[in-house]
Design a protein around this ligand. Structure first.
Ligand code: ADP
Length: 261
């Protein structure tokens, strides 16, 4: 279980995360939704141990992540950024291999077991054919899959992803979501991701955490959290939420405009 207790954080400017409390059970796939600038990336960086000058606490099981050594923490939590800027020109395979570094002694080479894991991670994310290409010369969607492959190779129990589907076309959006879903359901991993696509989130996530202006405004099962009132107050849009007979959300139309009326 991951839990956040009274987390506050500020970069020093106007924006701050205010009193965030969360509980995320193992074996769940959850998404953090909210408008641009609401604090999703900041929150994910805190959960992953990348930002650590916050007040309050983040626990993995009962361990405070501030007390866990970086290398050990990387075996527990992996972080998939939206994008990656690198000083050096690495190949796709080299990037995925980096996922194994938390598992090997400093300056050692990867062994056959590690290389098999790297190969498998590239295969299931559909990037094996790109392995020798430079990370600088592939598309945004391909890069996103490379970063997901690196996290898979890292074999952490918790995978934190910042908008993993934002650069993907519809085929890979679905494939990546299904892959993450499978990893959660089969292997008792936990997936925490920020998303823009409310419908993908409803379809694939066990729970939604909705943020606005640095605060957590709602959390729970998608059917409980998402309604037209909250979408209007958080996103300022006139959305239509289509439900079936038992109240389950079928689809959210982000705007009533259909272009034909
Ligand atoms: P989201 O992911 O929901 O778009 P972010 O967490 O990226 O939101 O950003 C929240 C706020 O923090 C924004 O106002 C953003 O400008 C600000 N911010 C993000 N990163 C930094 C930074 N490194 N330094 C200062 N302000 C930042």
């Amino acid at each position: 279980m991951i839990s956040l207790k009274n987390v506050d954080f500020s970069y020093g400017g106007e924006f701050s995360l205010k009193n965030i409390n969360m509980e995320i059970n193992d074996g769940k796939i959850i998404s953090v939704l909210g408008p641009n600038g609401s604090g999703k990336t900041t929150l994910l960086k805190i959960i992953s141990g990348i930002i650590n000058d916050y007040s309050g606490d983040v626990f993995v099981d009962n361990y405070n992540i501030k007390n866990i050594h970086r290398k050990i923490l990387s075996r527990i939590i992996s972080y998939v950024p939206q994008d990656l800027t690198l000083g050096f020109d690495f190949s796709v395979k080299e990037i995925v291999m980096m996922g194994r570094y938390p598992h090997i002694p400093l300056l050692s080479d990867l062994n056959k077991h590690d290389l098999d894991i790297v190969k498998n991670a590239m295969e299931i994310t559909g990037i094996k054919n790109l392995e020798n290409r430079s990370i600088r010369e592939i598309s945004g969607g391909e890069k996103q899959r490379v970063l997901i492959a690196r996290a898979i190779a890292q074999e952490s129990r918790v995978i934190v992803l910042d908008e993993p589907t934002s650069n993907l076309d519809i085929k890979y959006q679905l494939e990546i979501m299904k892959l993450l879903n499978k990893m959660v359901k089969n292997g008792d991993k936990t997936v925490i991701m920020s998303m823009h696509d409310i419908n993908l989130s409803i379809r694939f996530c066990d729970e939604i955490f909705l943020m606005n202006e640095g605060k957590m405004v709602s959390s729970g099962k998608p059917d409980e959290v998402i309604n037209d009132k909250i979408l209007s107050s958080v996103y300022g849009i006139n959305a239509k939420v289509l439900r079936n007979g038992d109240g389950r959300i079928v689809y959210v139309f982000p705007d009533e405009f259909n272009g034909h009326g």
